[in-house]
Design a protein around this ligand. Structure first.
Ligand SMILES: NC(=O)c1ccc[n+]([C@@H]2O[C@H](COP(=O)([O-])OP(=O)(O)OC[C@H]3O[C@@H](n4cnc5c(N)ncnc54)[C@H](O)[C@@H]3O)[C@@H](O)[C@H]2O)c1
Ligand SMILES: [Zn+2]
Ligand SMILES: [Zn+2]
Length: 395
């Protein structure tokens, strides 16, 4: 499978905006096919130039890089904490935005053109986009852990552009068809749900298990919901903000705990008591990245229990190694998603196991993208969705 080259496209190509999408039937990867598939449509993109400096610009519609690719009209994109972080700081760790970069990676869209080798998607199919494309050749990829590929091309991770754009070219096997009764807005939440699926898989939950999830942002809430679908009978969501815990009950947590300004050990003791966890939880997942929460986790987990690090905060923290040793805790990390995670995420939404739509705070038109970022940053929203530039939104 050929490697997909990074997109190197510049800003031009003014075209008509705010038209309702009528999907054509062009099926070939010819230039004429693309012209038909995108005629009159916008490829307006939301671009980060440097921290707090964004612009909207029309970019050329991408060509299909290989016959195995499809062109997708992006309908909805969710804003992720990492997008907000790039917008505010221009970097996450050593990933720094040097050239203008299109933001966004949590998207669903409609296939408008397919390459000649694509067998299982046709124009008009609605898909969730898996936004990281591994090399398929390295040890990690060949071992089936493609999320650990060092050469992965990941949307909105510098230097690669993201999906807050009109049209997105992607390998067909990284586009997941949505069943008819799953909406495109639900489809935009498949990406964070796949993150949660991967985290919860790492926890190896067994039927009847007790699970504590630290953090009730989108990822923590979705971890709680997935843990329930995986058979956990008790799922405790923990946060420092009371309003977040309201969503936890709505999405399937059986208990909530409002973390207090006391030591990690005191919080752990109170949590275990209030939630009747006996000798501790079978599984604790951190989906906050907060040092205090990670410390409490090691005191909440039972002897011989499992701890999964899903949250990403400060890269180095003080970690309670004594608790980890004495309890023989199994600890695992979790990074993005791998084989089967998107497929299962779509299935969980399709069968009603995870009501992702409950997390959608607001859907805004494309030109209000920056406002949506401000709301996402304020913490008052759970998940903001931005409609694609060709999508009409009633406001
Ligand atoms: N592992 C991965 O591949 C992956 C992928 C996406 C996101 N993440 C990480 O997962 C985490 C959650 O993502 P999100 O989008 O839900 O972020 P978020 O910021 O919306 O949620 C974090 C939640 O943790 C809460 N919190 C903060 N301190 C706490 C404490 N001491 N105890 C309990 N809760 C506390 C916050 O109030 C917030 O509700 C982030 O750290 C993010 O970077 C990891
Ligand atoms: Zn994300
Ligand atoms: Zn690889």
């Amino acid at each position: 499978m050929p490697v997909i080259e990074p997109r190197t496209i510049s800003n031009h190509n003014q075209s008509k905006r705010d038209v309702d999408i009528v999907y054509p039937t062009a099926t070939t990867a010819t230039t004429e096919g693309q012209r038909l598939a995108t005629r009159g449509k916008s490829n307006l993109s939301f671009i980060l130039k440097k921290p707090h400096d964004v612009e909207f610009a029309e970019r050329p519609i991408p060509e299909l890089p290989t016959p195995h690719d499809v062109l997708v009209a992006v309908n909805y994109t969710g804003i992720c904490g990492s997008d907000v972080h790039y917008w505010q700081h221009g970097a996450i760790g050593h990933f720094a935005v040097k050239d203008p970069m299109v933001l966004g990676h949590e998207s669903a869209g409609t296939v408008v053109q397919v390459g000649s080798a694509v067998k299982f998607l046709v124009p008009g199919d609605r898909v969730a986009l898996e936004p990281g494309y591994p090399c398929r050749r390295c040890d990690g990829c060949l071992a089936g852990r493609y999320n650990l590929c060092p050469d992965i091309i990941f949307a909105a991770t510098p230097p690669y552009d993201g999906t807050l754009t009109g049209f997105w070219a992607a390998p067909a096997d990284f586009c997941y068809k949505l069943p008819e009764h799953v909406s495109l807005q639900q489809g935009a939440l498949i990406e964070p749900l796949a993150v949660a699926v991967h985290i919860v898989k790492q926890a190896r939950i067994t039927p009847g298990a007790s699970v504590v999830v630290m953090g009730a942002g989108p990822v923590g809430l979705l971890c709680a919901a997935v843990a329930r679908s995986f058979g956990a009978s008790k799922v405790v969501s923990v946060d420092i903000v009371q309003t977040k815990l309201g969503f936890a009950k709505a999405i399937g947590s059986t208990h909530t705990y409002l973390s207090q300004r006391v030591s990690a050990e005191e919080n752990a003791k109170a949590l275990v008591e209030q939630c009747s966890l006996g000798n501790g939880a079978d599984v604790v997942i951190d989906a906050s990245g907060a040092e205090a929460s990670i410390q409490a986790s090691l005191h909440v987990v039972k002897v011989g229990g499992t701890y999964v690090q899903g949250g990403m905060g400060k890269s180095d923290i003080t970690f309670p190694i004594m608790a980890m040793c004495q309890k023989e805790v199994t600890a695992r990390g979790s990074f993005r998603y791998g084989p089967g995670d998107f497929k299962l995420a779509v299935e969980l939404v399709s069968n009603g196991g995870v009501a992702v739509e409950k997390l959608i705070t607001e859907v805004v038109p494309f030109e209000k993208a920056e406002e949506a970022f401000r709301k996402a940053k304020s913490g008052e929203a759970v998940k903001m969705l931005i409609a694609g530039p060709n999508e009409a939104v009633n406001v």
